[in-house]
Design a protein around this ligand. Structure first.
Ligand code: SF4
Length: 368
């Protein structure tokens, strides 16, 4: 059977779901509670909700969303700074689509655009390279939001700007790294966890090796997985089997794209252009060495160094995305969920983003 035939076979999906439920029952008999697994990646959160897996398993396995939605983890101070940046004259700000609707303290990029800021939604940083060439009289700034999946494309865009001799292109680096945030989550001890569903796309770049610390330092099992229901169920089952057998290994259930060592070419370019720094996360504060910025040699492409933007303390709101990101709250527990906060009128990024926990819950799991 080909992979496509396996993935689209409802009998296999059903069979796997039943096996997961049986394995979860064994865990419950032993521990007296449901197993608690965190899906780290926002795309997994959406896939688990959309496929009905979260709903089907909810009496048997607690699946909680983690800090893997790039829009959601971008803190409010950074959003405020981006809005300020967009208001500078002579600037064209380029961003991925979801960012424009995320509310800052007093506005959003969408409102700034309505008020006259030149903001373009692009699909890749390379679109902004072309824009820099087409508009030599303007400063083109790309909002570099994302995890290891996106970071190599940012680096290649900088290399391209360098090759083409562009002086009017820069990136507002607000990148995040998965391993440090998982470490921070586990060190906080705030949320009880039995295992991780690890992100497929990030792992293509970082490799399985990047999660070794989870089992070695925290005795926490993890399974790297893809996005089809069959893959997700297979990986949940592998986590539950490990828990039953008392193992805490990192397994790769996405072997046809994820390698032990990751993508050495992407890693080479990241090492050449970028350096680690302490990064601020929504709901989690400053996490040591959890982001990447351009090395001093490439500072001319660093929008944070090129443009002066004052950082003011963010306005407090009732949005509880911070707790959602840490896995300590479910969307239904936020008083604003579906009462003031909806996808058409989002109060926080978890409702805006196509990978956000609140949006996933609103579209596929709400009970009203
Ligand atoms: Fe924030 Fe809305 Fe989610 Fe509440 S429901 S945490 S306000 S995004």
């Amino acid at each position: 059977m080909s992979l496509i035939e396996i993935y689209s076979n409802p009998k296999i999906t059903h069979h796997l779901a039943e096996e997961v439920i049986e394995s979860a029952k064994l865990f419950r008999e032993k521990k007296g509670r449901l197993p608690i697994l965190m899906e780290v990646c926002g795309s997994h959160t959406m896939a688990l909700a959309k496929s009905g897996i979260k709903g089907k398993l909810k009496e048997h396995v607690r699946l909680i969303a983690g800090p893997g939605c790039p829009v959601c983890v971008t803190d409010q101070k950074a959003i405020d700074a981006m809005i300020q940046l967009s208001e500078k004259s002579n600037v064209i700000l380029c961003t991925f689509g979801d960012m424009v609707r995320v509310p800052g303290s007093h506005s959003s990029l969408l409102k700034a655009k309505t008020n006259g800021s030149d903001i373009k939604v692009v699909y890749s940083p390379f679109d902004s390279i072309k824009m820099a060439e087409d508009h030599p009289d303007k400063e083109i700034i790309f909002l570099g939001i994302g995890f290891e999946t996106t970071i190599p494309a940012l680096v290649i865009a900088v290399r391209e700007a360098e090759t083409r001799g562009l002086t009017n292109f820069s990136i507002w680096m607000s990148t995040k790294l998965v391993a440090p945030v998982l470490r921070a989550l586990l060190l906080s001890g705030e949320v009880q966890l039995d295992g991780f569903l690890l992100p497929g796309q990030v792992s293509i770049v970082t490799g399985k090796q990047s999660y070794r610390f989870l089992s070695e330092e925290f005795q926490m099992p993890g399974v790297i997985t893809g996005f089809e229901p069959v893959q997700l169920l297979s990986s949940i089952r592998k986590l539950l089997i490990q828990l039953h057998e008392g193992r805490s290994e990192i397994l790769n259930d996405y072997t046809y794209v994820v390698k032990e060592e990751g993508n050495p070419v992407a890693q080479h370019f990241m090492e050449k252009y970028l350096t680690c720094h302490d990064e601020e996360w929504r709901g989690m504060g400053m996490i040591p060495e959890s982001g990447l910025i351009l090395k001093e040699k490439y500072a001319r492409f660093d929008a944070k160094k090129k443009f002066n933007v004052s950082q003011t303390p963010p306005k407090k709101t009732k949005c509880r995305c911070g707790e959602m990101i840490r896995g300590v709250l479910t969307p239904e527990e936020c008083v604003l969920f579906n009462k003031g906060c909806t996808p058409t009128h989002p109060i926080g990024p978890c409702m805006v983003s196509s990978e956000g926990t609140c949006a996933a819950h609103f579209h596929f799991m709400r009970e009203d």
